[in-house]
Design a protein around this ligand. Structure first.
Ligand SMILES: [Zn+2]
Length: 76
């Protein structure tokens, strides 16, 4: 009689759900929970940014404006 609660994971949610963010440096989709757990998060002008790895976070920290420029095209 251990009936499962109604917490079925995933309903075919799109990649960019509430838990996903875009790494502004390389353009990868990043899991927010995972990035937070690994301290791959940076704040800039009131916005929070998530990164796939330390390299991207450091690059962003060097010059955030460069990556937030609409003409910047994320690449690996
Ligand atoms: Zn990255």
């Amino acid at each position: 009689m251990d009936k499962h609660l109604n917490m079925a994971p995933g309903h075919g949610a799109p990649a960019m759900g509430d838990d996903a963010a875009l790494d502004p440096v390389c353009g990868m989709t990043v899991d927010k929970v995972n990035a937070t757990a690994r301290d791959l998060v940076a704040e800039h002008e009131g916005m929070t940014y998530y990164f796939c790895g330390r390299g991207c976070k450091l690059e962003f920290g060097d010059d955030p404006g460069r990556f937030l420029d609409p003409s910047y095209i994320p690449s690996m």
